[in-house]
Design a protein around this ligand. Structure first.
Ligand SMILES: [Zn+2]
Length: 205
């Protein structure tokens, strides 16, 4: 489907959606006080597979359900929108379950094919600051992301890790619902009073 056709279909399908729309009064804070970190994968229908309705949850999606990349959104979720539970859901047959170098190689090759004026070195340099977090063990990746969120200084919510099976449509809990990890008070604090403060914070009086 070309861009114009797809855009036209978006408009007509949206008009149908808007005709039956009756959720204009929903609160912006999630009714179920939860945030879901999920992969952007097109086979993963977060709302349907977890029985969530409009207004129930924050859903933060990225390649590989990268919880570290979701920390900014999760901080807003917890401290402005009242979220008390964070659920990290990775899935089987994920495109990020790969060697990071393979993914980078594919990106460089693809860009080079489409932009013949770009050199491989230029493309590689532009990708340097992007983080492509890949893994080879799915369960270990879930556990690692759960710990990364729990140990973030801004985390006050409980954190749970899951795997969704794209073949069966089933979720499986990988970690118990765990409280945030308390900071080690003896460690050297950074300028904002914690070891894991955000790298860029601009506070003005
Ligand atoms: Zn994925």
């Amino acid at each position: 489907m070309d861009t114009t056709t797809l855009a036209t279909s978006f408009i007509s399908l949206n008009r149908e959606y808007a005709k039956g729309f009756n959720a204009g009064n929903l609160d912006s804070s999630p009714a179920k006080k939860c945030a879901i970190v999920a992969c952007m994968d097109c086979r993963v229908n977060v709302e349907r597979m977890l029985g969530l309705d409009l207004g129930d949850a924050h859903i933060i999606r990225s390649a590989g359900a990268d919880a570290r990349a979701a920390l900014t959104s999760l901080t807003v979720s917890q401290h402005i929108m009242g979220v008390e539970q964070i659920h990290i859901v990775k899935h089987t047959r994920c495109g990020m379950q790969n060697d990071a170098n393979d993914i980078l190689r594919k990106i460089v090759d693809s860009v080079k094919q489409k932009k013949t004026s770009a050199s491989e070195a230029e493309i590689a340099k532009s990708l340097q600051d992007m983080s492509f977090r890949t893994w080879d063990n799915l369960e270990a990746a879930v556990e690692s992301d759960v710990e990364a969120v729990r140990s973030n200084i801004a985390t006050v919510a409980s954190v749970t890790g899951w795997i969704y099976d794209v073949n069966k449509g089933e979720i499986r809990r990988i970690t118990e619902t765990l409280p945030p990890i308390e900071m080690d008070k003896s460690a050297e604090p950074d300028a904002f009073g914690g070891q894991h403060g955000p790298q860029k914070v601009f506070l003005t009086a």
